[in-house]
Design a protein around this ligand. Sequence first.
Ligand SMILES: Nc1ncnc2c1ncn2[C@@H]1O[C@H](COP(=O)(O)OP(=O)(O)OP(=O)(O)O)[C@@H](O)[C@H]1O
Ligand SMILES: [Mg+2]
Length: 254
Amino acid sequence: MTVADGGPSSLVPAGADEGPLLCVDRVCKSFGGVRANTDVSFGVRAGTVASLIGPNGAGKTTLFNALTGFGAADSGSVTFGGRHVQRMAAHRIARLGMVRTFQSIKMLSGLTVYESMLVVRPGRPCSRTEMRRRADEVLGRLRLTPFANRVCSELPLLAQRTIEVARALMCEPTMILLDEPTAGATVSERQQLAELIGELRIAGTTVMVIEHNVPFVISISDQIVVLDFGKVVADGTPAEVVANPVVQEIYLGQ
Ligand SMILES: Nc1ncnc2c1ncn2[C@@H]1O[C@H](COP(=O)(O)OP(=O)(O)OP(=O)(O)O)[C@@H](O)[C@H]1O
Ligand SMILES: [Mg+2]
């Protein structure tokens, strides 16, 4: 991945020469007669940002669910850091370092931002003092400190989306999966989310994002995986994917 490929304008990340952190191999998932994922295979390298794009109903959220223990695949394998996770419960996968946010925001009603951070259980024994220190650090990093004592559900959308990321970071993840973090965001909010993703990447966190906005995806991604009708139809750098005639025809409509 280089700047010439059209992706994020920073250096090749540490770990880029190692094997993939996340390996998805021939994952299939059906709901009755609906084949939501069919033989989905790709890898995501540590320290990179990968995007998962595709039309509505292409199977993106179903795949995130399968990767993170919220709805196991019918067949195929998922390895994270060399461990098979396809039959693991979500909390065990989180303990291994892979966490996710959800497409629809699920704020804990009535809790302040700070309180909502402290109910997340990190993957290792952690004292209350250490939890508070971690919450302070994450809120500061994500510029959420001014909101710490505000009730989550009363905050603007961007703050709520950022709180979701902050809560995920309480688990000290090595990889974070974001399901449509920019849904409903304004142009300037989208820009701030792009900056946040860039900061996560610089901090060494591997990121995978489901997203519909193609310019946004191109600006943040080292790798783009395209799903259509549950199948991977393209997987490569932003430049490779944008130039792919199949992608242009079925997704970009150009
Ligand atoms: N729990 C479920 N029960 C039945 N069908 C489901 C279920 N979850 C997803 N589907 C179906 O599986 C297919 C893929 O859905 P999925 O939500 O994964 O798509 P998506 O790519 O995330 O779409 P969007 O961009 O609209 O969020 C769709 O046809 C959807 O209706
Ligand atoms: Mg979805």
